[in-house]
Write a protein that binds this ligand. Sequence first.
Ligand code: HEM
Ligand code: HEM
Length: 188
Amino acid sequence: MTPTSPSMDAQTVAVRYDGTTILLHWLTALLVLALFTLAVTWGLFERDTRKQLQSLHISLGILLAMVLVVRIAWRTTRGRRLPLAIEGLQGKAARGMHYLLYALLALQVVLGFTWRWAQAESFQFFGLVQLQFATLHRAALDDVLGELHDINGWTIVILAGLHAAVALVHRYVLKDGVLQRMLGGSRA
Ligand code: HEM
Ligand code: HEM
C-alpha cells in the first residue's frame, strides 16, 4: 500500500494527531514499558532493592493513572480525533484494539491500587507524598488481585506489542502514513 492507495485517502495521510495527544501516547507507552520491566526484574534483587523497585512501580503507576485521566479527558474534549486510517474491517479492528488498550490500562490501574491496598502497603509518590490507608488485608483478596493484575499486565504488553508491530508494518512494509499520524512533525 502506498500513500496514494485507494484504502487511504490523501487527507488521512497528511493529518497527524495534535502535539498533546502525541506526547500523551508516547508517555503512556514509556510508562507501561517501565512498569513492566520493573515488575519482571525486581525478583532478581535482594529484599531492600526489591522493595525500592516496587515503590518505584507504585510511583510510576500513580503517574500512569494521572496520564490516563488527562489523556482520556483531552481525547473527549479538545484532542484531534482522526478518521480511521484504513477503511473496512481492518480499520475497525485497529479502533477496537485502541479502545481495548484504554480499557485494559484503566483496569490495570484499578487492580494495581486495590492490590496495594489489600497488601496493607503504603502508597508513595516519588518520596513526595506517602499515604497509608486503613488496612484491607485479606490473604485471599491479595492473591486474586495479584493474579488478575499479573495476567492483565501481560495481556496489555502483548497487545501493545502487536499494536506496535502493526504500526511498524505500516511504516516499513506497506510504506503508508499510519505511523506518521502518531509522530511529531511539521505536516500536522
Ligand atoms: C500497564 C501498567 C502496569 C503493568 C504492565 C504492571 C505489571 C505488573 C506485574 C507484571 C507485576 C508482578 C506481578 C506478580 O509478581 O505476580 C506487578 C506488580 C504490582 N503492581 Fe503493577 N503493573 C502496572 C501498573 C500498576 C499500577 C497503576 C499500580 C498501582 C499503583 C500497580 C501496582 C502493583 C503492585 C502493588 C504490585 C505488587 C508489588 C509487590 O509484589 O509488592 N501496577 N505489576
Ligand atoms: C504500551 C504501549 C502502547 C500503548 C498502550 C498504545 C496505545 C495506543 C492507543 C490507545 C491508541 C489510540 C489513540 C486514539 O485514537 O485515541 C494508539 C494509537 C497509535 N499508536 Fe500506540 N500504543 C503503544 C505503543 C505504540 C508503539 C510502540 C507504536 C509504534 C511503533 C505505536 C503506534 C501508534 C500509532 C501509529 C497510532 C495511531 C493509529 C491510527 O491513527 O490509526 N503505539 N496507541
